[in-house]
Design a protein around this ligand. Structure first.
Ligand code: CMC
Length: 437
């Protein structure tokens, strides 16, 4: 609603201010005019971890965390997961509309023709230790692409940007598959342009000596659905990093690497790997109540549970559960599923989790499904990073085209020393406390 205002009375001066309110939001800069005198800096907001701050306007993804709703460009995630291919959804997320048949064909062709890695990039990957974590290899290799495509720095040119978008979406599965083969000591498999995006990814992961890799269609579709579910999730930690790094006009390869680094943490995309470790640690169903008590006593978290935005069942977790059933028809049931289902049942009946509105999130069941498909837990977060590259790029484009955006530069409340004189070395004596920065 327009023409709504908040009336703020400053009790220090008794001055009253009308602060415009738009979509339930005030502009933090409007608070700056609330001051005690000309020398006063004005009122600022303090919001560690962005608990209540909109950092941008965005038309990409809508989430209603209380109702458990997720939509890309207005389309419910359930419909997209059921009816679309991943690249079709990627087009929607990036360009705002579902593609026509001709647009989709052109888009898929462009992505398919950018799947190869430069041989020097392949050599770069070969330099990692055999036991390097795939996510570390992925982050570094995506950043290294910046050295191969220096023109990518021209971020204000839409055509240059589009080419980097093709390259990044085309190459992330190749990098991901290479990190996997490297950790197993297998030779790298080159992309096969006749296959779909996910089939080709499976080809690069699992092809051995057969002349042509044929992906199981059920598993390929399940992976495609997983990719759709992970394509974007509005202003999460890694999207925020993508926007912040991109706001300095850094090229999209280094910005994507930074976003992937944010994703790797256990509280974000790294949670899927942690869920499997947790299920292993629990081991058997009878040990679940004790584990839950342990968590409630403040020893760690139930990985794959809770979300900053969802205070209801994560709609992606529901679809993953459905897709996992299709996968298990082919692969057989992952024994960890029994533990996960029981853990969910007990947690959802427990006062601690009910009170805090902690439900399973996207990472709770994805790992169990990935493991049944033959992936090792170390690669799970890389599987998240492939589709999320689409969301990062959409957020990055939107940020660059937004006239209101500038270099991201938060304020702080300084809590350190007042000005003090330099102490020469001979007068410093023995420190009794350490000085932190
Ligand atoms: N297990 C046990 N307690 C939890 C959990 C959990 N998984 N998550 C939150 N809590 C408690 C937390 O201790 C706090 O309790 P209290 O009010 O007594 O201090 C309360 O719930 C609120 O939690 P919070 O940490 O303030 O919530 P947040 O919005 O800052 O954190 C989160 C969100 C996702 C980081 C957190 O729920 C968490 O660490 N979950 C486990 C890790 C995980 O599954 N991450 C994947 C998130 S979804 C995919 C993605 O974003 O990549």
């Amino acid at each position: 609603m327009e023409n709504e205002f908040l009336n703020i009375v400053d009790k220090r001066t008794n001055a009253a201010y009308d602060v415009p309110l738009n979509q339930g939001t005030i502009r933090a800069m409007d608070l700056r005019k609330i001051k005690t005198g000309p020398e006063d800096f004005g009122v600022m907001t303090y919001d560690p971890a962005f608990m209540n701050t909109a950092s941008c306007k965005s038309a990409i993804t809508f989430i209603d965390g209380d109702k458990g709703i997720l939509r890309y460009r207005g389309y419910p995630i359930e419909q997209l997961a059921e009816r679309c291919s991943f690249l079709e959804v990627a087009y929607l997320v990036l360009f705002g509309e579902l593609p026509t048949e001709a647009e989709l064909k052109g888009w898929v062709d462009n992505i398919t023709h950018h799947t190869m890695l430069h041989e020097t990039t392949k050599k770069f990957l070969e330099g990692f230790r055999f036991n390097a974590h795939p996510m570390g290899m992925f982050i570094s290799t995506v950043a290294a692409l910046s050295t191969v495509y220096p023109e990518a720095r021209n971020v204000l040119d839409p055509e240059t940007r589009k080419l980097q978008i093709y390259r990044l979406i085309g190459k992330v599965p190749t990098i991901a598959a290479y990190t996997y083969r490297h950790s197993l000591g297998f030779p790298y498999v080159y992309p096969d342009n006749e296959l779909s995006y996910t089939e080709n990814f499976m080809n690069m992961l699992w092809k051995m000596v057969e002349p042509k890799y044929r992906a199981n269609p059920v598993l390929a579709r399940a992976l495609d659905i997983l990719f759709i579910l992970h394509a974007d999730h509005e202003q999460n930690c890694s999207a925020n990093v993508m926007r912040a790094v991109g706001s300095s006009q850094a090229d999209p390869f280094v910005a994507t690497a930074a976003a992937a680094a944010a994703l790797s943490g256990p509280l974000h995309g790294g949670a899927n790997e942690e869920v499997l470790k947790m299920l292993d640690e629990i081991g058997t169903k009878d040990r679940i109540p004790a584990y839950i008590e342990h968590v409630k006593a403040g020893h760690g978290k139930l990985m794959g549970f809770g979300h900053r935005i969802y205070k209801n069942y994560d709609p992606r977790a529901r679809i993953i559960k459905w897709a996992a059933d299709q996968v298990f028809e082919v692969t057989g049931r992952n024994p960890k599923l029994e533990i996960a289902l029981e853990l969910e049942r007990i947690a959802l009946e427990d006062e601690y989790f009910i009170k805090r509105k902690l439900y399973p999130n996207v990472d709770f069941y994805s790992g169990i499904m990935y493991q049944a498909m033959g992936f090792k837990p170390e690669i799970f977060t890389v599987l998240f990073a492939i589709p999320r590259t689409v969301g990062w790029l959409a957020q990055w484009q939107e940020m660059l085209e937004d006239q209101e955006q500038k270099i991201a530069r938060p304020r702080q409340i300084y809590t350190g020393y007042e000005a003090r004189d330099f102490i020469p070395m001979e007068k410093r004596g023995v420190k009794t406390t350490s000085v932190t920065s």
